[in-house]
Ligand binder design. Structure first.
Ligand code: M7G
Length: 335
């Protein structure tokens, strides 16, 4: 039996509030004030014009260490399009040109619907900087031996801190955002809006199911003993999303990333029509396919060769390159 608890709290309207910054790491020594308005960008790490997202490296006034600030233009919310926000008397309009039946304008809608989603990572480590910097990417094939001899020793030595995950599981952070909480230690999980989602716009719905067990790093560790957990996440996750957001299970993409950035098992739930980052063939594995593969072969993920993408700034890239797993290209050297 599930001991899940669907919370019925009404979602907040982010536009009406100051930027909400999660100070989850207070106990790890972080200050609990992030002075966003004192941020000075020093470098554009990358600028994704398709996603209308920019990754900035910089510093806060009077703060040591560097920060990464991610700015993302929000998707349109359909319910706001029919309201006064875009076409009201308050809307300022700059006309570029009118030509016959065609017009080209820049429109400045009211600020309430014009927020910019802002994510802060502070203090940011070199690993964060590498993750968000524009760089070349390669696909490598990870055999079970490569996993054991190259990937695993590397990630045991060097991986992103999981404190934010434990804070969610222990109810210390984001507790008011939790959508569903199954407290069973063995088969329980917490369903929470992903950092990348504003928690409001159905068109870009993105939730994360974080398992309570702490010893499952990734897809690689899964076998038939995990089937009840995986099925529970699929079924209870779908139900919770239907109840809270009125999105049917058949409209959800439910998947793992391989490699993930964070080696504590979690599953992504996104709206099928939303092209979330990391949904492509080289990185995502549908939960239903994973369940089916394990049902066919108990130790499938222990035996499979799994492809994954690797960025040149990731130290793991050097390991795979040195061991001959990356195809060489001719580098053009500027004299
Ligand atoms: P991943 O596959 O390990 O990494 O997924 P990647 O997708 O970044 O390559 C981790 C997921 O956790 C991502 O979708 C992140 O956006 C999300 N995430 C990361 N952090 C630090 C947080 C957080 O503090 N809170 C929440 N709710 N989600 C987070």
């Amino acid at each position: 039996m599930s001991d899940g608890n669907l919370q019925s709290d009404v979602l907040e309207t982010p536009c009406a509030k100051k930027p909400k910054i999660d100070h989850e790491n207070e106990k790890n020594g972080n200050d609990n004030q992030i002075p966003l308005n004192t941020f000075t960008p020093t470098k554009v790490l990358s600028n994704n014009t398709n996603r209308k997202t920019v990754f900035l490296l910089g510093k806060f006034k009077d703060k040591s260490g560097v920060a990464i600030v991610i700015l993302e233009k929000n998707a349109f919310k359909e319910e706001e399009l029919s309201s006064e926000g875009y076409f009201s008397a308050e809307t300022r309009v700059h006309t570029f040109f009118n030509n016959d039946i065609y017009g080209n304008f820049e429109c400045y809608p009211i600020s309430k619907i014009n927020g910019v989603k802002t994510t802060v990572i502070y203090p940011a480590t070199d690993k964060h900087i590498a993750k968000y910097s524009k760089q070349e990417v390669h696909i490598v094939l990870e055999s079970p031996d490569c996993y054991k001899n190259l990937t695993l020793p590397h990630l045991q030595k060097e991986q992103f801190n999981l404190q934010w995950v434990y804070n969610i599981l222990e109810g210390k952070s984001e507790a008011d955002r939790v959508v569903y909480d199954n407290k069973c230690e063995k088969e329980g999980f917490v369903l929470v809006p992903d950092l990348k989602w504003d928690g409001l716009t159905k068109e870009s719905l993105y939730l994360l199911a974080i398992v309570r067990q702490r010893n499952i790093k990734s897809l690689r560790d899964l076998n038939e003993t995990h089937l009840p957990l995986l099925k529970r996440i699929r079924d209870e996750g779908k139900k919770a999303i239907l109840d809270k957001y009125n999105v049917a299970g058949s409209q959800l993409r439910i998947y793992f990333h391989y490699q993930p950035s964070f080696y504590h098992l979690h599953i992504h739930f996104t709206y099928l029509q939303h092209e979330a980052p990391g949904i492509y063939a080289e990185k995502s594995h549908l939960l239903d396919t994973v369940i089916n593969n394990i049902e066919i072969m108990n130790d499938y993920y222990n035996k499979a060769t799994l492809p994954f993408t690797i960025r040149e700034m990731d130290p793991l890239f050097n390991i795979y390159e040195t061991n001959g797993y990356v195809e060489k290209i001719k580098r053009i050297v500027n004299k």
